[in-house]
Design a protein around this ligand. Structure first.
Ligand code: G6P
Length: 598
C-alpha cells in the first residue's frame, strides 16, 4: 500500500527520496510526492501516477546542503488519487506524510475548521499537520516535540507518520502505531522508510520502531540512544519480499494486518460506517445479486451465506462470464454487487454494464480505487488489501469476505434484525477472526512437512458444508492454480451422489470440519469416504479417528473464526505443495493477475 521515506543530511535530498520511493513501487500506489526543507525553504512536489511523473515535475530542483526531506507513495483510501490528495499534506509552515488510517479524522477536522483551519484534500492525513500547528500555538517548551506529542495522542487508528516544519528545519518528527516504520543511520545521514528496501546501500544499522514510538531525529545522535539497533539485510529482492520466499507467502502472512485496515474506521462498538455510501443507498432493495470471477466469485459465494444468515436478505451469486449471455432477469429492487480484486476483469465489467443498463443500483467491492469497475459503479467499498503480487489471490480474498461480512452486519442492523447484543457479538467475532489469520509458525512448519505426502495421487477433493463449501472451492482453486494438480471443491453432503465412485486410497480428500457449524453432519460424510479407503486429511480443532492426517487448528469461538483459520491453512498447504513440486508460485503457468479479455 502506501510507502514512506525520509532523509536528514547533506546529500542531494531529492535524489535520495525519489530513489527510495522507486524501491517501494512494488507495493502499488497511484500518486507520489516529496517535500524538501533546506535553507529555510519548504519545497513540495506531487504527481498522480508513476514516480517518473514526479521526477519530471521536480527535474529542475536541486537540494544541496544540509536539510531534511520526506517522500510518500499513496494508495488511495480516503479520496480519489489526485494531486491534492497525494502526500505530503501541507499546512502553513509544516508538511506531513502518513501510512495507515486515522479513524477519528472527521471529528478532528470539524474542531479545527471551527478554529479557522482550511482543508484542501479529502484525506484523513491532512488533519495531522493542522493539529500540529494548532498545538504549536501554545507549545511551552517551544521545541515542537510537545505539540507533536499532543497531536499524536489525539489520533485513533493506525499510522506511521513523518512530519517536518519550517520552525524546526533540522529535524523530522516521527510516530508509529500499527503501520511499519524503520529508522537507520549511515555515513551520509539519518534515513526513514516504511520497509527495508529503500534503506539498502545507505545504512546497515536500523531500528524497527515499536508501536507507540514517538520522537524526532536530527543529526545530533538521537539515533544512538535508540534500543534494539539491528543490522540490515543487504539483498534487495529479499527485502521486497520481507524475508519470505515468495510474494504469495508474504501476502498470506500479512492478512491479519490488511484485515485490520479493512475494518478500521468502518466497524466500531457504535455501529458500522461505510464511507461514501449513504444510508439511503440501500432503500427499497429486497434482493442482492453478486457477480464475479475466480477467487472473487468464491468470496461472493461465502458472502451469500453471511448476507442471508445475518441480514436475512435473499442473495444470488453468479459467475460473470455466465451471467452476461444468459439473458438474466433483473429487477430494479435488486442490488447488483460486483467483486473484483483488480477492478479490470472484462467479464465482470461487462456484467456490471448490463446491470446498469437495466437500471439496477450497483456496488463494487474492489481493491483498486479508480479502476474501471470502481468508476462504473454507483458505490464502492474498497477492500484495502494493498497490492497483491502473487497471481494466486490470498489476502484479497480474505478482505473481500470481510467486506461482505461488514455489509451483512450493516444491512442486518439497518433492517433492525440485529439487536445490540447480536451486533456486539458480530463485532467481537470479526476481531477474533482477524486474529485467527495470524500465521502460527509451528502450524506452518507442520504443513511444510505434511505437504510431501500430497504430491501425487490422482486428484484432490476439498469438501465442506455451508460457508465452508465455497472455502473448499477456494482451497481447491489455490492448489490447482499453483501446483497444477487436479483438485475439486465439493459440498460434502453431495459426495455420495457421484464423486464417491472415484474414491480409493490415491484420492486425497481434504475435509473442512468446523466445530461450530454442522460438525456431526460433515463427520458422517467423512466417515462414508473413510469407509471406502479414501486418504483423508482433516482440518479442524478436534481429533478425528478415521483421518490419515489431521491439521489441528485452535478451537475458535464461532464458525467465522474457524473459517478464517482454515482459509490460512488451505493457502499454506497449496503453497507448500507447489514449492515442493518446484513451481513458480508467484507466476504460475498460463495464469494472469488481471484478465482483461473475455
Ligand atoms: C484471474 C486471477 C484470479 C482472480 C480472477 C478474478 O483469473 O488469476 O486470481 O480471482 O482473475 O479477478 P478479479 O481481479 O476480478 O478479482
Amino acid at each position: 500500500m502506501c510507502g514512506i521515506v525520509g532523509y536528514i543530511g547533506k546529500k542531494e535530498k531529492k535524489e535520495i527520496l525519489l530513489k527510495g520511493l522507486k524501491e517501494l513501487e512494488y507495493r502499488g500506489y497511484d500518486s507520489a510526492g516529496i517535500t524538501v526543507l533546506s535553507d529555510g525553504e519548504l519545497k513540495t512536489f506531487k504527481a498522480v501516477g508513476r514516480i517518473c511523473n514526479l521526477e519530471n515535475k521536480c527535474a529542475d530542483f536541486i537540494s544541496e546542503g544540509f536539510g531534511v526531506g520526506i517522500g510518500h507513495t499513496r494508495w488511495a483510501t480516503h479520496g480519489k488519487p489526485t494531486e491534492v490528495n497525494a502526500h505530503p499534506h501541507i499546512a502553513d509552515f509544516s508538511n506531513v506524510i502518513h501510512n495507515g488510517i486515522i479513524e477519528n479524522y472527521q471529528e478532528i477536522k470539524k474542531l479545527l475548521e471551527q478554529k479557522g483551519h482550511q482543508f484542501l484534500s479529502q484525506t484523513d492525513t491532512e488533519v495531522i499537520v493542522h493539529l500540529f500547528e494548532e498545538y504549536l500555538k501554545d507549545d511551552a517548551e517551544n521545541n515542537g516535540f510537545e505539540a507533536f506529542k499532543k497531536t499524536i495522542f489525539c489520533l485513533k487508528g493506525a499510522y506511521a507518520i513523518l512530519l517536518v516544519s519550517k520552525k524546526y528545519p533540522d529535524r523530522i518528527f516521527y510516530a508509529k502505531n500499527g503501520s511499519p516504520l524503520i529508522v537507520g543511520k549511515g555515513q551520509t545521514g539519518i534515513f526513514f522508510a516504511s520497509s527495508d528496501a529503500p534503506l539498502i546501500g545507505y545504512t546497515d544499522k536500523v531500528v524497527y520502531l515499536e508501536d507507540g514510538a514517538i520522537g524526532y531525529m536530527d543529526d545530533n545522535g538521537q539515533f544512538d540512544l535508540l534500543k534494539n539497533i539491528k543490522s540490515l539485510e543487504q539483498n534487495r529482492a529479499f527485502a521486497q519480499k520481507e524475508g519470505f520466499r515468495y510474494f504469495m507467502e508474504k501476502e498470506i502472512y500479512e492478512q491479519h494486518k490488511v484485515l485490520l485496515e479493512t475494518v478500521m474506521g468502518r466497524v466500531s462498538e457504535e455501529g458500522i460506517y461505510l464511507e461514501s455510501i449513504e444510508d439511503r443507498f440501500f432503500e427499497g432493495i429486497d434482493e442482492i445479486t453478486i457477480c464475479a470471477c475466480g477467487t472473487s466469485y468464491h468470496a461472493g459465494m461465502s458472502g451469500k451465506y453471511l448476507l442471508e444468515r445475518i441480514a436475512k436478505i435473499k442473495t444470488n451469486v453468479v459467475i460473470a462470464s455466465e451471467f452476461r449471455y444468459s439473458e438474466p432477469i433483473m429487477r430494479e429492487k435488486e442490488l447488483f454487487v460486483v467483486i473484483s480484486q483488480s477492478g479490470e476483469t472484462a467479464d465482470t465489467l461487462e456484467a456490471l454494464k448490463l446491470a446498469k443498463k437495466a437500471h439496477l443500483k450497483t456496488l463494487a467491492i474492489c481493491n483498486v480505487d479508480n479502476s474501471s469497475i470502481v468508476r462504473e459503479s454507483d458505490a464502492v467499498i474498497l477492500t484495502r488489501a494493498g497490492i497483491e503480487k502473487g497471481v494466486a489471490s490470498t489476502k484479497a480474498f480474505a478482505t473481500q469476505v470481510m467486506v461482505l461480512w461488514i455489509l451483512s452486519v450493516y444491512m442486518g442492523r439497518h433492517k433492525k434484525i440485529l439487536d445490540n447484543q447480536c451486533f456486539k457479538n458480530q463485532v467481537e467475532s470479526m476481531i477474533a477472526a482477524i486474529r485467527a489469520t495470524e500465521v502460527d509458525v509451528k502450524l506452518h512448519e507442520r504443513l511444510k512437512r505434511l505437504s510431501k505426502r500430497y504430491l501425487h495421487g490422482h486428484g484432490f477433493f476439498f469438501i465442506g458444508r455451508d460457508i465452508f463449501y465455497p472455502l473448499a472451492l477456494e482451497g481447491a482453486l489455490k492448489l490447482k492454480e499453483i501446483s497444477y494438480l487436479h483438485a475439486e471443491g465439493y459440498p460434502s453432503g453431495e459426495m455420495k451422489h457421484g464423486p464417491i465412485a472415484l474414491v480409493d486410497s490415491l484420492l486425497f480428500t481434504v475435509a473442512l470440519m468446523p466445530r461450530h457449524l454442522l460438525y456431526e453432519k460433515i463427520k458422517s460424510n467423512v466417515e462414508e469416504l473413510a469407509a471406502r479407503d479414501a486418504t483423508i486429511c482433516t482440518i479442524g480443532s478436534e481429533i478425528f479417528e478415521s483421518a490419515d492426517d489431521m491439521i489441528i487448528i485452535k478451537e475458535g469461538a464461532d464458525y467465522m473464526e474457524e473459517f478464517f483459520s482454515m482459509m490460512v491453512v488451505l493457502q499454506l498447504l497449496a503453497l507448500e505443495v507447489a514449492i515442493r513440486l518446484g513451481n513458480d508460485v508467484d507466476m504460475p503457468r498460463n495464469l494472469a493477475k488481471s484478465v482483461t479479455v473475455e
